[in-house]
Design a protein around this ligand. Structure first.
Ligand SMILES: NCc1[nH]cc(CCC(=O)O)c1CC(=O)O
Ligand SMILES: [Mg+2]
Length: 330
């Protein structure tokens, strides 16, 4: 600083809308958004997710419509999450490798319709297992790391064959990025991106999501032996470092709002694209306050998403993506 008050008056730049816009350090655009979409069986079916007002599970034909809407709004990518029928779930989650599973059918339908939107697919076993865990479960109740890796790689290749542009492993097994990268390369999918859920914390804010994919009631125990302890920060740097070394194209921090310190640190330390997931519980929390008239809906949505950008995000996975894109277009 070369000047001080009164020569320096920081309010000068804030005095008019044109000036505030001119001096904005970060600008949120629809290109910053990834829209998570829940997929269900059926045709012309849309079903409300009880714990997430305004969010629905869509049958594949309606997923295509949602993808078209995203493209029209300038949203670059959608993230698909299947609500697998309960009868297709089992101990090992083998439905994840079925080329005709819900996820693959949704991918193919969007691609066949020629919609110019990126498809991000979730790689993890929890929507397919009868126990709701992201990996294979041993008889004595442990999540088996190494045994799970091949299953995840098969799942990722299965999704790539169906047209996934970005596979996004959300399971938090050690070593899975390298194994998935290798499998994609070996199967001729060297151009498929990996967005790693690198720093994913064991969070209370995933509850509504588990309701949406139908794994919540099934989940035995918790995910603390594989997802990170919310108390940890250095560990997040190690997770990100390893995933980038193993071949991730971009990394994610999750949840979002309470973890923006992690985003900022990852962005400062690594020269890599970083994303954050504004998760289901964050959405539900904000929606509850908005629906009760306690928050100004439009302003709150844009403020929080802009904060993600300020922290260093290249983009944000958010259930507000469609709302935000509409607000930004207005
Ligand atoms: N593989 C599981 C997965 N993938 C994305 C989310 C959460 C997303 C959200 O809460 O919106 C979860 C939940 C979990 O780890 O239990
Ligand atoms: Mg890891």
């Amino acid at each position: 600083m070369t000047a001080s008050f009164p020569a320096l008056r920081l309010r000068r730049l804030r005095a008019h809308d044109w000036s505030r816009r001119l001096h904005a350090e970060n600008v949120l655009t629809p290109s910053d958004l990834i829209w998570p979409v829940f997929v269900r069986e059926g045709t012309s079916e849309r079903e409300a997710v009880g714990s997430m007002p305004g969010v629905e599970r869509l049958s594949v034909d309606l997923v295509v419509e949602a993808a078209r809407e995203a493209a029209d709004l300038g949203i670059p990518a959608i993230a698909l999450f299947p609500n697998t029928p309960q009868e297709a779930r089992d101990e090992t989650g083998k439905e994840s490798a079925n080329p005709d599973n819900l996820m693959c059918r949704a991918c193919r339908a969007v691609k066949d319709a020629g919609i110019p939107v990126g498809l991000l697919t979730d790689v993890a076993l929890d929507p397919y297992t009868s126990h709701g865990h992201d990996g294979l479960l041993s008889e004595d109740g442990r999540i088996l790391n190494d045994e799970t890796l091949g299953v995840l790689a098969a799942q990722a290749v299965n999704q790539a064959k169906a047209g996934a542009d970005i596979v996004a492993p959300s399971d938090m097994m050690d070593g899975r990025i390298g194994v998935i990268r290798h499998a994609l390369e070996a199967e001729g999918f060297g151009d498929v991106q990996i967005m790693s859920y690198a720093a994913k914390y064991a969070s209370a804010f995933y509850g509504p999501f588990r309701d949406a994919v139908g794994s919540g009631g099934l989940l035995k125990g918790d995910k603390k032996t594989y997802q990170m302890d919310p108390a940890n920060r250095d560990e997040a740097m190690r997770e990100v470092m390893l995933d980038l070394e193993e071949g991730a194209d971009s990394v994610m921090v999750k949840p979002g709002l309470a973890y923006l310190d992690i985003v900022a640190r990852v962005k400062d330390r690594f020269n890599a694209p970083v994303f954050a997931y504004q998760v289901s519980g964050e959405y539900a929390m904000m929606r509850a306050a908005m629906d009760q008239g306690l928050l100004d809906r439009d302003r709150a949505i844009l403020e929080v998403l802009t904060a993600f950008k300020r922290a260093g995000c290249n983009g944000v996975l958010t259930y507000f993506a469609r709302d935000a894109a509409k607000l930004l277009a207005a």
